[in-house]
Design a protein around this ligand. Structure first.
Ligand SMILES: Nc1ncnc2c1ncn2[C@@H]1O[C@H](COP(=O)(O)OP(=O)(O)OP(=O)(O)O)[C@@H](O)[C@H]1O
Ligand SMILES: [Mg+2]
Length: 277
């Protein structure tokens, strides 16, 4: 249930402005075994997941359970040992460019200012950067970077750099946004603000979003569905539908239902000994 299908009353009026660019992602029977000499590591075991166009899916799981591996397989950067990925009905057989990726640490070009770092995405695709300038500025403003367009990466805080990296992943209007623990290195306050800003962007754009995190409450706060993975080899342990209104303002994230969802996920991890009290 993406933003286009599930508007809260406060969003209903804005629905017409949403781009709703999202695509369906079909993950079927994905397994991955890494082979290094004699040593085999099974990272993923038979992962099946259907993601609807515009849906926001968060993946939580213990360290080493194969989350980043799954993201790379979906992006076509890594081949699966078994199974297949289909995006918008097309089989993925290698790297594809119709997506935006945000890695854990923002990778910005030191010698380009913020605006030019965002526009590099257009440059690389051979597009006309001048045509994207206004959109880049509008998106930067949306994540609190108005006035910083001409600053160099070294003049920004870690959180600001990560915001610029998120805008860069969105500028070409990708139908699929993949984020691998994008807020991992941030302090708690910046992280909360980024979460709020990301939800706003997603509500506007409706891109299918795949968000990896170690944060249980972050997953519940952002997602339509939370996928809980087992320790390695990573399997899907549970999929929890998060039926909370959007935007997920303070009243929502401090509600009893929100806490109940978080507890449900914590209990999954306790069953596997991932969290021990
Ligand atoms: N290129 C590789 N070659 C060999 N083994 C690998 C490779 N990439 C990942 N692995 C192994 O696959 C398993 C899953 O790794 P992955 O990076 O997907 O975990 P993760 O769930 O993203 O962990 P984290 O939460 O710590 O980022 C790990 O045991 C890792 O050592
Ligand atoms: Mg990882």
């Amino acid at each position: 249930m993406g933003p286009q299908n599930h508007p809260s009353p406060s969003e209903a009026g804005q629905a017409a402005q949403r781009l709703a660019v999202g695509v369906a992602v079909e993950i079927s029977g994905i397994s991955k075994v890494f082979q290094r000499g004699q040593i085999q590591t099974q990272a993923l075991a038979r992962v099946d997941l259907g993601v609807k166009p515009g849906e926001f899916v968060a993946v939580v799981g213990p360290s080493g359970c194969g989350k980043s591996t799954l993201l790379k397989i979906i992006a076509g950067l890594l081949g699966p040992s078994e199974g297949k990925i289909e995006i918008a009905g097309k089989l993925i057989a290698g790297p594809h460019t119709d997506l935006g990726i945000v890695f854990q640490s923002p990778v910005l070009l030191d010698w380009r200012n913020v605006l030019d770092n965002v526009l590099v995405q257009i440059d690389l695709r051979g597009g006309d950067t001048a045509a994207y300038g206004d959109r880049a500025r509008a998106l930067l403003a949306k994540v609190g970077l108005a006035g910083f367009e001409n600053r160099m990466p070294r003049e920004l805080s870690g959180g600001m750099r990560q915001r610029a990296a998120i805008v860069r992943a969105l500028i070409h209007e990708p139908p699929l946004l993949m984020m691998d623990e994008p807020f991992g290195a941030l302090d708690a306050l910046t992280r909360e603000q980024m979460r709020i800003d990301l939800e706003k962007l997603w509500l506007d754009r409706g891109q299918t979003t795949f968000f990896i995190t170690h944060g249980i409450s972050e997953a519940v706060a952002l997602a339509d569905r939370v996928v809980v993975m087992t320790p390695r080899p990573g399997r899907i342990e549970r999929i929890i539908e998060i039926d909370l209104p959007r935007p997920r303002h303070k009243a929502v994230v401090s509600s009893q239902r929100f806490t109940d969802y978080c507890n449900e996920i914590t209990e999954c991890f306790m069953r596997h000994g991932v969290i021990q009290y």
